[in-house]
Design a protein around this ligand. Structure first.
Ligand code: ADP
Length: 582
């Protein structure tokens, strides 16, 4: 073992035996150093041949012991070191004075005096005490010059005491930097191990974030896929029922429950995306009034059975076209209206939209149960409800307002509310909207009549779920009764069919066994001969992550539709692409 590593092996073990106060930071080293100095002083008290030396050195040693005791009881280390160094300087000056002044071997001790403040307190204290030492040396030079100092003496006693001075100073000069080096290494090791720990934590966090995203994507797919069939068939049945009010009522209930379930699923997915910073705003130009009316009218069926005034007041001056994320604006409006209706049993719920040039102020006022003053600060926090009974009485997950607030912020606006317990609430949000030019080409609206109804289009539906294939088939057949529809259970089967038959449009599910929709699309675009290579491919996915959706499009899909889809929307999109084929 090398000498330095021996020191590094033993030092910590010895230091661990010290009283608690001397075990932290630089304390152990200061303690060890003080003990050494006390030992040296006691040796000098016995060996020194000079007058009063034994008294002076013993007193100084006692003073140092007293200081150690004071530090043990809580005195600051810096103060103790300064006091000890100051008294040490006086004692050394005495030693130098009686032993030959500038010729005295005791001067060696003066040289090491600033070491302790330098290493224990800091650079400034070290420099200060170095200046003091230099001044004392100059003083001795002056004293020698004036003849005030006892001349330098020779003899065996002086030789021994000088040797002891030089030997001890030499040791101190080696040991002190070694100790400092040890402190430095220890701090470095500690820093490194903290960094390693932080890196490990970061890895773990990244891993769990990835797992969470994966889990959300999976859940999103798994939940939305069956919802696609439930909502889709429900819409188909409703369209066919005609004048059977009882059956309509039942189907409407199913529809409402399924819609509610979809809201919960979407809330949870939205919230996790917001957490992961993945929720992206997708602005479009749309008619503001229509969107507000849509949101308002969504609740009309529910209000019919309630004893409530449900009103909408829209400012006449509101711009017709605006540019923002229509879907998200609708989501916030629906959430505020839904809450107002949920928590209001009598009186009124009023939706007001005011043009503030610039910007639009939306507010939803109700005469409902209100929110107690002491709960108002938390109401926008996630999973927060006004009190414990809300969940059992009204349901809900406490996410709606947290999501709404983030969405309004993402849209560049602000949201707030005022509420009086037992009297009602007014939730409002302001969006920095400006009048926009009307878009040049209008997208198909769901209710538009299909122009291509009688064309015998050839469709290929690719989906691994037979129920989904059935639903898509029904929707397409309803819209285009003369169409020819084929089905494939995965991407590989789709390729086989496409190699033998021509199609006008392929509806392609994204997640499938054997070969998924992305791979199949790439194959079609790269490997199939013309014109099969150019067939229109509409992707169907339950994945709502906008980053993934963009990635899908870049792989060769003409467009992507989210599941669950509204049948009319799907038909409008299909027709759009049939008419705009390359
Ligand atoms: P949820 O309605 O699903 O519980 P929200 O985040 O939308 O979640 O609302 C959080 C809480 O804020 C509600 O549980 C309710 O206590 C309170 N709250 C929201 N809107 C109103 C309102 N219009 N009147 C009274 N309380 C409300």
């Amino acid at each position: 073992m090398k000498a330095s590593s021996k020191v590094q092996y033993w030092l910590p073990r010895i230091l661990a035996q010290l009283p608690a106060r001397f075990q932290q930071g630089k304390m152990p080293y200061a303690f060890f150093f003080a003990l050494t100095v006390i030992g040296v002083l006691l040796a000098y008290a016995v060996l020194s041949p000079y007058p009063y030396a034994s008294v002076i050195f013993s007193l100084f040693a006692a003073f140092l012991m007293g200081l150690l005791w004071r530090v043990h009881r809580g005195m600051s280390l810096d103060l103790a070191v300064n006091l000890a160094t100051g008294l040490g300087a006086c004692v050394l000056l005495y030693g130098v004075w009686v032993a030959g002044g500038i010729y005295s071997p005791r001067l060696a001790w003066l040289l090491v005096l600033p070491l302790t403040p330098f290493y224990v307190i800091g650079r400034k204290a070290g420099i200060f005490w170095t200046a003091v030492v230099l001044a004392l040396q100059l003083l001795t030079v002056a004293a020698n010059h004036m003849g005030w100092i006892t001349p330098f003496e020779t003899g065996m006693a002086h030789v021994l005491s000088s040797f002891m001075t030089y030997a001890l100073v030499t040791c101190v000069l080696i040991v002190v930097p070694l100790m400092y080096d040890h402190v430095y290494r220890e701090a470095l090791e500690l820093g490194k191990s903290h960094q390693r720990e932080l890196e490990e934590r970061q890895q773990e966090l990244m891993h769990s974030a990835q797992m969470r995203e994966h889990f959300i994507a999976l859940v999103s797919h798994e939940l939305r896929t069956p919802m696609n069939a439930i909502l889709g068939f429900n819409a188909l049945l409703l369209a066919r029922l005609g004048d059977k009010p009882e059956a309509r009522k039942v189907l409407n209930h199913t529809r409402q429950s399924a819609d509610h379930l979809m809201t919960v699923i979407n809330d949870i997915l939205d919230y996790s995306q917001l957490q992961a910073g993945q929720l992206v705003i997708q602005p479009e130009t749309f008619e503001l009034r229509k969107t507000i009316e849509n949101a308002f009218e969504l609740f009309l069926p529910r209000v019919k059975s309630m004893d409530l005034v449900y009103r909408m007041e829209i400012d006449e001056g509101l711009p017709q076209w605006v540019h923002t994320d229509r879907h998200r604006l609708m989501q916030v409006l629906v959430n505020l209206l839904g809450n107002a209706l949920k928590f209001t049993h009598q009186g009124r719920v009023v939706l007001r939209v005011q043009w503030q040039n610039p910007g639009v102020l939306f507010s939803v006022q109700d005469t409902g149960i209100g929110i107690p003053q002491d709960r108002q600060a938390q109401i926008f926090s996630r999973f927060s409800q006004a009190n414990g009974d809300i969940q059992s009485l009204y349901g809900g997950n406490g996410l709606g307002l947290a999501i709404s607030r983030t969405l309004v912020h993402l849209l560049g606006g602000e949201i707030d509310f005022e509420s009086k317990h037992g009297q009602g609430s007014r939730f409002w949000f302001h969006l920095p909207l400006a009048a926009s030019a009307a878009p040049s080409t209008q997208e198909h609206t769901p209710n538009q009549l299909l122009h291509t109804r009688s064309v015998p289009w050839r469709f290929l539906i690719v989906d691994d779920h037979p129920v989904n294939r059935l639903l898509a088939r029904q929707v397409l057949k309803n819209a285009w009764p003369d169409s020819v529809i084929e089905e494939a259970g995965d991407g590989q089967q789709a390729l086989d069919v496409l190699q033998t038959k021509a199609f006008d449009l392929v509806l392609m599910d994204m997640v499938m066994p054997v070969m998924d929709g992305i791979e199949a699309t790439q194959w079609i675009r790269q490997q199939l001969p013309m014109p099969a290579q150019n067939v229109v491919i509409l992707g169907l996915t339950a994945n709502v992550n906008p980053v993934d959706l963009e990635a899908f499009k870049s792989k060769g899909l003409n467009d992507v539709m989210l599941k669950p889809f509204v049948p009319e929307h799907m038909c409008a999109k299909v027709e759009h692409w049939l008419l705009h084929r390359g």
